[in-house]
Design a protein around this ligand. Structure first.
Ligand code: CO
Length: 136
């Protein structure tokens, strides 16, 4: 078993109104954003709030054709994915693939914060889109 989960890296939440949602999280939960980034290849603007050693990741769609844009159109705002922190995302993908898990990404790609990431298909994860994150 080469997959080794270190922590929950973040919980990704799709939102319609990113700035309004940031304000709501600040006000209701008393937390401040620690990172903002536009991830062009995922079509998202993300805002991270640190909670313990993990993050809440608010995701706003840059356009309707992005994954988050389609998710907002079909399912509305809400939980989008859960991300687990791993030591070696490539090794984790090999392990999952060998077990027959459905992978969205066969090879790791660049994520925000200089991370390497890959998504695992929700059909293999009880309906939850799962992301693996290797810190940079
Ligand atoms: Co994510």
């Amino acid at each position: 078993m080469t997959i080794h989960l270190l922590d929950i890296d973040h919980v990704g939440i799709a939102v319609e109104d990113l700035e309004g949602s940031v304000e709501r999280y600040r006000t209701l939960l008393g937390i401040e954003p620690v990172h903002r980034e536009r991830v062009e290849d995922q079509g998202v603007d993300e805002v991270l709030f640190a909670v313990g050693s993990s993050f809440i990741q608010l995701l706003g769609a840059i356009g309707p054709d992005s994954s988050v844009g389609r998710s907002l159109a079909t399912r509305g705002p809400g939980l989008h994915h859960v991300a687990y922190r791993v030591r070696d995302v490539a090794a984790a993908l090999e392990d999952l693939s060998a077990q027959g898990a459905g992978l969205v990404d066969r090879v790791p790609r660049q994520g925000s914060r200089d991370t390497l990431i890959a998504f695992v298909h929700p059909r293999s994860m009880g309906g939850v889109l799962v992301e693996l994150v290797q810190p940079g």
